[in-house]
Design a protein around this ligand. Structure first.
Ligand SMILES: *[C@@H]1O[C@H](CO)[C@@H](O)[C@H](O)[C@H]1NC(C)=O
Length: 229
């Protein structure tokens, strides 16, 4: 059987998210490059995989999926068991799954909206638009919001090693792509104010699967590097 295919560039947050789950479960896969600088993701071939013209595209035999969190769950349900990982909390009954669902929603509804604008202002927009200036008021407002969220995480992580309980889950892993890029900005030290959160992040980053994905995510950006894709 041919391996699962991921279509996209590994530096992109949603592509990295899918690669994280593939690496965690140890599944075989093929990464098919999509030249986003040339706009290949808006062309018919890619639109057949992802009608929204976004990355990644994903294919497993006849099954075509998009939306990185949904792809991640598929990968976990298909391979997580054999890898001995219970990333969706399903071995702990509906209560276990509920905790994973809860913190997965927190990531999407509270954490992401707080951290993403900083990453967009400091990294993604300047990278895509060349000379875009950072809107400092957007950054400052987001940091206030992020500190509020991290305070809640700190209290949670005083009770358990990971967000949904004492083992790593889908919810924790979903934090990686944007947090990784946030940590390359001058605002990374915000995490030092929250020791439990900092320790949680360090435990996540120490995972070999996570390191294999993050080594393809740049820590410095320049407009010139766009030519490399
Ligand atoms: C910066 O963002 C704020 C919203 O927080 C907006 O009101 C303002 O117009 C933006 N400034 C620039 C220069 O785009």
């Amino acid at each position: 059987m041919s391996p699962m295919k991921v279509f996209g560039h590994p530096m992109l947050t949603n592509v990295a998210r899918v690669l994280l789950f593939l690496e965690e479960v140890g599944a075989e896969y093929e990464l098919v490059p999509v030249d986003f600088v040339a706009g290949e993701h808006k062309k018919p071939q890619h639109l057949q995989l992802n009608p929204f013209g976004k990355m990644p595209g994903f294919q497993d035999g006849d099954l075509v999926l998009f939306e990185s969190r949904a792809i991640g769950k598929y990968i976990i349900r298909k391979y997580g068991g054999t890898a001995g990982l219970d990333l969706l909390g399903e071995n702990s009954g509906i209560e276990g799954s509920a905790m994973v669902d809860l913190w997965t929603e927190v990531e999407a509804q509270e954490y992401y909206p707080a951290i993403a604008p900083v990453v967009f202002e400091c990294i993604i927009n300047p990278f895509i638009m060349g000379d875009a200036e950072t809107n400092q008021s957007v950054v400052d407002e987001s940091l206030v919001r992020l500190r509020g969220v991290l305070g809640i995480y700190e209290a949670r992580l005083e009770k358990s090693s990971y967000l949904a309980g004492d083992s790593i889950s889908f919810a924790d892993l979903n934090h990686i792509p944007f947090t990784f890029y946030f940590m390359t900005t001058q605002y990374a030290s915000v995490f030092d104010e929250y020791p439990k959160v900092k320790a949680w992040w360090e435990a996540i980053m120490a995972r070999p699967a996570v390191q294999r994905v993050c080594k393809n995510m740049p820590t410095q950006f320049s407009v010139g590097m766009r030519a490399a894709f």
